[in-house]
Design a binder for this molecule. Structure first.
Ligand SMILES: [Ca+2]
Ligand SMILES: [Ca+2]
Length: 202
């Protein structure tokens, strides 16, 4: 509110970001300059965030997923992403440590933020993920994960939960560490995209 923009990062934010991400001070400053160019206000709105996603997924409808991702990164809940939140997001989705990523995944799936995940919350995120999978790719999915309902059921059974049960963060993280299949099912599959790119190169 009304604080002057010096165009430089504060020392505290730099130190915190260096601690929480693998980016060097130099990298962070470069990122910050381009961030300010894109967002002179220093903050990304939900709409801007959605349009970034739309550019990456021109053939799909990533809006719902983008909104959930936005919520999970808006740490102070003010409806915008500042540079710090944005960099944590970038780090988390690219090179973050497994545990950090799983903590983030938990907050993504805990849609109402009450500290546990319910089955309808899983269904909501899986439905959003499905909107990013092209119709063609959906046809290639195994029968027991070919719809949001089926995939949600499969995940929920893997966690050993009944319909009305809830998942705590500990159970969520441990469940995924114990069963790689869950990890595959809860995420949009960027590895599939990577595999495709690899195939093209070879
Ligand atoms: Ca925020
Ligand atoms: Ca919840």
């Amino acid at each position: 509110m009304g604080n002057s923009k010096s165009g430089a990062l504060s020392k505290e934010i730099l130190e915190e970001l260096q601690l929480n991400t693998k980016f060097s001070q130099e990298e962070l400053c470069t990122w910050y300059q381009s961030f300010l160019k894109e967002c002179p206000s220093g903050k990304i709105s939900k709409n801007q965030f959605e349009s970034i996603y739309s550019k990456f997924f021109p053939d799909a409808d990533p809006k719902a997923y983008a909104q959930h991702v936005f919520r999970s990164f808006d740490a102070n809940n003010d409806g915008t992403l500042d540079f710090k939140e944005y960099m944590i997001a970038l780090h988390m989705t690219s090179s973050g440590k497994t545990n950090q990523k799983l903590e983030w995944a938990f907050s993504l799936y805990d849609v109402d933020g009450n500290g546990t995940i319910s089955k309808p919350e899983v269904l909501e995120i899986i439905t959003a993920i499905f909107k990013m999978i092209t119709d063609e790719d959906q046809k290639l999915l195994p029968d027991d994960e070919s719809t949001p309902d089926k995939r949600t059921n499969k995940i929920w059974v893997f966690f050993g939960k009944k319909d009305d049960d809830k998942l705590t963060e500990g159970e969520f993280i441990q469940g995924i560490l114990n069963n790689k299949e869950i990890l595959r099912l809860i995420q949009f599959e960027p590895q599939k995209v990577k595999e495709k790119l690899k195939e093209k190169k070879q």
